[in-house]
Design a binder for this molecule. Structure first.
Ligand SMILES: [Zn+2]
Length: 112
């Protein structure tokens, strides 16, 4: 999925369209909890669950979390990460999956 919209000014039509695409993508491919999802804005940093409308407001008002290019919590998978980095690096897939599970479990203990 194209993430170039991230580089547009926050109030531009390109950015707002991108936010909408991101929400469609993450609610389809990610793991929302009913109508809430982890907010990837610069303030919530994927630690807090928000409704879709809230996330949209946050992404426009506070901007997208810097460096969150691979949307692991929002439907992207490790293949995207490898593509983005161009190399196969770090622990093997199983180890990474396990590590990610631990990270997610930690986050779910503190849903905000
Ligand atoms: Zn937020």
């Amino acid at each position: 999925m194209d993430k170039e919209w991230n580089k547009f000014p926050r109030f531009s039509q390109e950015y707002i369209n991108g936010v909408t695409q991101f929400l469609d993508f993450s609610y389809t491919n990610g793991r929302p909890q009913e109508d809430e999802h982890l907010c990837p804005c610069a303030k919530c940093k994927k630690l807090y669950w928000k409704t879709r409308d809230n996330i949209k407001d946050h992404l426009i008002a506070k901007c997208f979390l810097k460096g969150y290019d691979i949307w692991l919590h929002h439907g992207s998978n490790y293949k995207d990460r490898e593509k983005a980095h161009g190399v196969h690096e770090g622990p093997n897939d199983d180890a990474r999956k396990f590590y990610n599970l631990i990270k997610e479990a930690e986050q779910e203990l503190y849903p905000g």
